[in-house]
Design a protein around this ligand. Structure first.
Ligand code: GUN
Length: 248
């Protein structure tokens, strides 16, 4: 795990990932680099880790400081150690439906859906948000399960009309309490990917839980819903990476 700078949210995420590794018995190393670390130094560290046989997975916590080119960093990670599945090769594999790793948050959402006994096939699935980390891969995974998928974003017109048509609604916009109960179809499955800190401390999702839970058939809370699943999927990807590398 590599963290550059001192973003407090990133610090919490990395601590949680480190703790999960300990709980699973996965050996981990943390590299906490100062915010002014030159890009070249970060690339050299990735290169060293790429070459170390006992390291199965490499994760650079995002965002990285502005002077560092995020795309260059992601592309420098060996695709077979890319446990976040952010490398263009892994993104392409997800697109064609032939992949070893799935990005952790969308994978966690799919696991929640499957474990709850919800069949995606033929359902109207609406993903609000189009990030490379969540929205886009989430849409693809739902599509692979034969959902009818709509991706909404900040330029979408009549958003409530779209969200109200969803049997499965995934909110991943990063705006606190953005999806209200009156934007949800009665009985819908509502999955809240948002983690927003408001009033300095309190964590809330992208869904206004109080109004949404009255309408939804199933709903995930924040905190404690998708967040822990993301970390569980990171552990799964890491074990998968170790297996794939051992089989080579
Ligand atoms: N920043 C926000 N989410 C993630 C994630 O899943 N992986 C990494 N590396 N950085 C993130």
């Amino acid at each position: 795990m590599i963290i550059v700078g001192d973003d407090p949210a990133s610090r919490v995420y990395v601590n949680n990932k480190k703790k999960a590794c300990e709980e699973c018995g996965i050996y981990s190393e943390e590299y906490a680099l100062p915010a002014n670390t030159p890009e070249k130094e970060l690339l050299e560290l990735i290169d060293t880790l790429n070459g170390r046989k006992e390291i199965s997975g490499i994760l650079v916590q995002l965002p990285v400081p502005e002077h560092i080119d995020e795309k260059k960093i992601i592309s420098a990670i060996s695709p077979e150690k890319d446990v976040d599945a952010f490398h263009p090769i892994n993104v392409g594999k997800i697109m064609v439906g032939d992949f070893d790793f799935v990005p952790c948050t969308p994978a966690g959402v799919m696991e929640l859906i499957a474990e709850s006994g919800i069949d995606v096939s033929g359902k109207e699935c609406v993903v609000v948000g189009r990030s490379n980390i969540v929205g886009k891969p989430q849409a693809m995974l739902l599509l692979h399960k034969n959902g009818t998928v709509t991706i909404c974003h900040s330029k979408t017109k009549n958003l409530a009309e779209k969200t109200k048509a969803a049997d499965i609604l995934v909110a991943a916009v990063g705006i606190p309490n953005f999806i209200k109960g009156d934007m949800i179809k009665p009985g819908a499955v509502v999955i809240d990917v948002g983690i927003n800190r408001i009033e300095g401390k309190k964590l809330v999702g992208d869904v206004e839980f109080e109004s949404a839970e009255k309408v939804a058939g199933a709903i995930t809370p924040v905190p404690g819903g998708v967040g822990p699943m993301t970390i569980a999927m990171l552990m799964k990807n890491t074990v998968r990476a170790a297996v794939v590398q051992a089989e080579k």
